[in-house]
Design a protein around this ligand. Structure first.
Ligand code: ACO
Length: 328
């Protein structure tokens, strides 16, 4: 049993931040950013993350030709939920009127859309008919705009997909390596709790002291190394499970963390770069939203043609990775 995309949608905030804009606030240049990352612009917003999610979700449901009441399950992926509780998925469910949907969030950073598809696939096998996956990230809310090595990388966006049952197969390969948790993280700010002695989280978890809680810290070089090998491994394994090879994939939509990572993975897989969809130059890294935003753009361009074999692959904080393969 497989899975097919019934509809896609996305939301990109209006405010565009260029590389030259960053050169005004940190010591960097358009030349450095383009050469090292492939990024030229990204979008940011002060809107709550769930508002972006709502726009993308409604677009995907309309594109699928469904009404919100026909959605059985909402999986929301995010690392920038507006609330500690309730889940973003519940907030979205209420906002769009998906009265029959079960709703829950998934936190698997930039691999989360692939994790969500794999979960959707399992739920579809148990009788759910229409699953809405909505990936929304307001990364500007957790970006340290004084740190040039991370602030130029991230943007805000939401992407969504409605998926349903298909007889054309689906295979995924997911993995996690928590020993790398300290290479990419954002620590939650502490509350001053009366009656108990304050514990320094760093003395307990051994993570690097980054001074400020609530913003992303990244050891770029370590994550880079993990990313290249995780991407090619995840795609190869997913292809093997599906009964195909990377060469036979018509289209690959990868996580958009760095164009050089995508180029290296393409080289390692022996595939032409043109097989990989990229929009990193326009939106930067929008964590779990990258892949569904890419799918929505491909859908709007008429590129999600029946019979095409698609590979999706993501990696990120955790550390986590996930690749999947299915036929449109
Ligand atoms: N402008 C100018 N110089 C910079 C900038 C900048 N924006 N950022 C870093 N530099 C400097 C560094 O300070 C360093 O200077 P030094 O040599 O004097 O110390 C020099 O550039 C080289 O730094 P590196 O970190 O080695 O640069 P690198 O080529 O590795 O590129 C980058 C950095 C782009 C972050 C890269 O390591 C990368 O893409 N890593 C992976 C990121 C990733 O995949 N993240 C995924 C998950 S994100 C998530 O989960 C939300």
């Amino acid at each position: 049993m497989g899975l097919k995309i019934l509809g896609t949608g996305s939301y990109l905030p209006e405010t565009v931040v260029t590389n030259d804009d960053f050169a005004k606030i940190v010591e960097t240049s358009d030349e450095w950013i383009v050469k090292r990352t492939g990024m030229k612009e990204r979008r940011i917003t002060e809107q709550p993350t769930w508002v972006m999610a709502r726009h993308a979700a409604e677009a995907a449901i309309a594109d699928a030709g469904l009404s919100p009441e026909e959605i059985d399950l909402i999986l929301c992926t995010t690392v920038t939920s507006d609330y500690i509780t309730p889940s973003m998925a519940c907030v979205i469910q209420g906002a769009i009127g998906a009265v029959n949907a079960v709703a829950l969030d998934i936190n698997a950073a930039c691999a989360a859309f692939v994790y969500a598809l794999d979960m959707a696939h399992m739920y579809l096998q148990h009788g759910y008919r229409h699953v809405l996956i909505v990936s929304a990230e307001g990364l500007s809310k957790i970006t340290d705009y004084t740190d040039r090595s991370t602030c130029v990388l991230f943007g805000d966006a939401a992407g969504a997909c409605v998926v349903g049952w298909s007889d054309k197969g689906f295979a995924a390969s997911l993995g996690s390596d928590g020993t790398g948790a300290n290479t990419l993280f954002a620590r939650r700010p502490l509350n001053d709790v009366p009656f108990v002695e304050q514990v320094d989280p760093q003395s307990v978890d051994g993570f690097p002291d980054v001074g400020r809680a609530g913003v992303l810290y990244m050891n770029g070089r370590e994550v880079y190394k993990f990313a290249v090998s995780a991407m090619s491994r995840a795609l190869k394994e997913a292809c093997e499970k599906f009964g195909t090879t990377p060469e036979q994939l018509d289209l690959i939509v990868p996580h958009q963390a760095n164009l050089r990572i995508i180029q290296s993975a393409a080289k390692e897989l022996g595939l032409p770069l043109e097989r990989f969809y990229t929009n990193i130059e326009r939106y930067g890294n929008t964590s779990s939203a990258c892949i569904p935003v890419g799918l929505a753009e491909l859908g709007a361009a008429g590129e999600l043609k029946p019979g095409r074999k698609v590979g999706l692959v993501g990696f990120g904080a955790g550390l986590v990775y996930g690749g999947c393969v299915f036929e449109l």
